[in-house]
Unconditional design. Sequence first.
Length: 149
Amino acid sequence: MENKALNYFIANLGKHSAETSPSPVGRWLNGKLIKAEVGNLAWEYVIRIEMTNPGGILHGGIVSTMMDDVMGATVFSTDQEFMFTSVNLNVDFLSSAKAGDKVTCEARIIRKGSNVMHVEAWIKRADKLLAKAASNLIKTRTPVPFRKS
């Protein structure tokens, strides 16, 4: 059976989400898709000044947003008919990044249930772990609006 969602991601490898993402926040983050497998996606981001806090480091809310957005896309890579939404998001902040830094955010499905999926994500700068997160996402009754039948 063809996985249209995965085909979408594969077709967009190397492209920036400002041009390709159905997610408004994904477009604002403007990451470059660098990995696309069922249940495992990764984007590369260049930290912009508007992503930083007054101390000049990557804002914790933006870190959380990156991981939440990538985790949602990772669930979508399994070719779901209905939207999933986060029930919780637990984030550990371990290090920092500043404007101009390049970071990678990757997510992987740990448990794929029919109604709830458990997903983990992490952000790295080179080989340094900056943050990690875990989330449970639950199936809604809202059909995926951009899914092509």
